[in-house]
Design a protein around this ligand. Sequence first.
Ligand code: FES
Length: 163
Amino acid sequence: MNDKAKWDPQAVQGIIASLQHKPGALLPILHGIQNALGYIPPDSVPMIADAIQQTRAEVHGVITFYHHFRLTPPGRIKLEVCRAEACQARGSRDLEFHVKEKLGIDYHQTTLDREFSLEPVYCLGNCACGPTIRVDDDIIGRITPEKFDLLVDELTTTALEIR
Ligand code: FES
């Protein structure tokens, strides 16, 4: 499950300061911020630009060029569907259609309840057991639409606290 920190300018400044002297510092800084917070807060763009003496537009351009980076906080659960060839041969096209319909979102989007963020991925190293998805850090193979529905129910079921 996603358990990232909230937007914290001081934490971001610390990440920038620790990486800004590296050659080609922009990508390490962006990875560092996203690893810490789960996204690149738009307010951090001017801080990054000042530190590495690039324009805000240049920094923003790099963030939006790479689908890996996001400018909005991710949902509670990150869900990735493999779109690479072996999984396609095993029916991932139908699965991804179903996943999008079930969640009501497209790739690079987050459900309104902020439970799921959906991303495409290109091979999870589980090709023989496709179609494959990754739920946060867990790789799950041989996923069918029915299994996916069960998984979503399981992931969104809230345990009742009994006193
Ligand atoms: S092609 Fe999907 S896991 Fe390799």
